[in-house]
Design a protein around this ligand. Structure first.
Ligand code: ADP
Ligand code: G6P
Length: 466
């Protein structure tokens, strides 16, 4: 196997297999924040991305994508059920997102988690050249840093968590909490989205493992593990360039016409996930219509909810509920050819997403809890006209950077309605001065800055290009 000096290990590869409308088989960029973040920093780098290609059985051999080697890790049907759908997405995902859904604990899932983490660690050990940097990503692979250190003590190992790291009261529920913490502590540098997460982690290392810990350093086995906040971002310049393309502007105009030329378009773009606050948002919109504050003809809503983790029960329940609610709202408030909520349950390419962002007078990003939320950042980058109001949940990591957004607590339905009205009625000057400030921030805090600051902290003097 060819070896690399930089190896990224993530459950998801940047591509998904899919069948095109003409029946041809093709690879498509997979939706989700992790892929959106890593894709731009790795392309054309001498790096290897170790991950899962989404199916079961033998690992397909994939061609390089934009110069990056893809190394697939195979998962069996049992692995997918017990590791990906089970421990990762029915235990850890809800627990790490404030337990907005009840986390499920099964002993068998923990065995699968260990087994699959070991497979990823072994694949990374094979892909890394001597003294290489290996950067492990996200909650699916928290045991990999420890396993990899045991296999390859020569490596520099980083770990970055894209999702929130929960407060001790919640994390303490985990039956295998000590092993998980020790797994992460196999890294030299542990990165989180927010400093609160680093604080939670340090507290737990101290309380559960009795290790000396501050919010910056934890001492373990005669080593010092550094921890800190590295808020992830997007390729701002790429999104700006895309937004300036004439075809995007034309597509945006066409979309607006197709929506019936309303005065205001409210847009939301999410994976279909119960952390995203989709139901609360639909309820707020429908109550605003019912209360007579807005009229469907003037103010339409577009909800893009790309299917996600469809075999996990909580996701199936959510999808049913969302679709029932969209049907109810349209049945009650729509007219022939004039729905209130335009609901799209499909993946889109970047051009279509950029056009949607440009059509959105209001972008409603109201998750109940979110590590960062890159959709909010993409929207800001796409508004090269400095127009458009971002209504943003206080519980998204992005809120720490976007204090100029119309911030809202999505659990407070009346507050959500008021904030939507505030954004709908705001003066163009207010809207554009907020947008300008946020765009200014994104220009310097982009994905390259994120990768550089993380990798420099992991290996001083090293840039992502090295
Ligand atoms: P999460 O990481 O929970 O999925 P983020 O908002 O951080 O949430 O990232 C979502 C990413 O997925 C964004 O880059 C967004 O552009 C992309 N995405 C969301 N919906 C779609 C869709 N329908 N088609 C293609 N990409 C999408
Ligand atoms: C979030 C997670 C990623 C994950 C993505 C999409 O961004 O932090 O690790 O890849 O959601 O979810 P999926 O289950 O499709 O990989």
């Amino acid at each position: 196997m060819r070896q690399s000096s930089l190896v990224v290990v993530a459950n998801r590869l940047p591509v998904d297999d899919t069948v095109a409308p003409d029946g041809a088989f093709e690879w498509r960029r997979s939706p989700g924040g992790l892929v959106s973040a890593l894709h731009p920093i790795l392309h054309d780098k001498p790096a290897t991305w170790v991950g899962w290609a989404g199916g079961t059985g033998d690992a397909p051999t994939l061609p390089d994508v934009d110069g990056v080697r893809l190394h697939t890790v195979p998962l069996s049907a049992d692995d997918v059920r017990e590791h990906y759908e089970g421990f990762a997405n029915a235990t850890l995902w809800p627990l790490y997102h404030d337990a907005v859904e009840q986390p499920v604990y099964h002993r068998r899932w923990w065995e699968a988690y260990q087994r699959v983490n070991r497979r990823f660690a072994e694949a990374a050990a094979r892909a890394a050249e001597p003294d290489a940097v290996v950067w492990v990503q996200d909650y699916h692979l928290q045991l990999v840093p420890g396993m990899l250190r045991a296999l390859r003590p020569d490596l520099r190992i980083g770990f970055f968590l894209h999702v929130p790291f929960p407060p001790p009261e919640l994390f303490m529920q985990l039956p295998r909490r000590a092993e998980l913490l020790l797994g992460i502590l196999g890294a030299d540098l542990v990165g989180f989205q927010r400093s609160q997460a680093a604080h939670n982690f340090a507290q737990l290392a101290n309380r559960v493992l009795k290790l000396p810990a501050t919010d910056r350093r934890i001492a373990v086995d005669n080593r010092v593990v550094r921890i800190g906040a590295f808020p992830v971002s997007i390729d701002t310049a790429e999104m700006e360039a895309l937004a300036r393309r004439p075809e995007v502007g034309q597509r945006a105009q066409r979309l607006r016409r197709d929506l019936g030329d309303p005065q205001k378009v409210i847009l939301s773009v999410d994976r279909m996930d119960y952390t995203k606050g989709i139901e609360q948002r639909l309820k707020a919109y429908s109550e605003l219509i019912a209360d007579g504050h807005i009229k469907v003809r003037d103010t339409v809503m577009v909800q893009v909810a790309v299917p996600s983790r469809e075999r996990v029960e909580q996701y199936q329940i959510l999808r049913d509920r969302v679709e029932r609610e969209v049907g109810r709202i349209n049945g009650e408030f729509g007219r022939v050819g004039e729905p209130a909520v335009h609901y799209l349950n499909q993946p889109f390419d970047r051009v279509e997403l950029a056009a949607l962002y440009q059509v959105a007078d209001i972008m409603a990003v109201t998750p109940l809890r979110d590590g960062m939320n890159l959709v909010a950042k993409e929207y800001v980058a796409a508004r090269v006209d400095d127009a458009g109001a971002l209504v943003l949940s206080e519980f998204a990591g992005a809120a720490a950077e976007f204090q100029q957004a119309y911030l809202v607590n999505p659990h407070d339905l009346d507050g959500l309605k008021l904030t939507l009205m505030h954004a709908l009625e705001a003066s163009p000057e207010d809207v554009s001065s907020r947008m300008r400030a946020m765009r200014e921030h994104l220009r310097t805090h982009d994905i390259q800055a994120w990768a550089t600051s993380y990798l420099n902290a992991l290996v001083p003097g090293r840039s992502p290009a090295a």
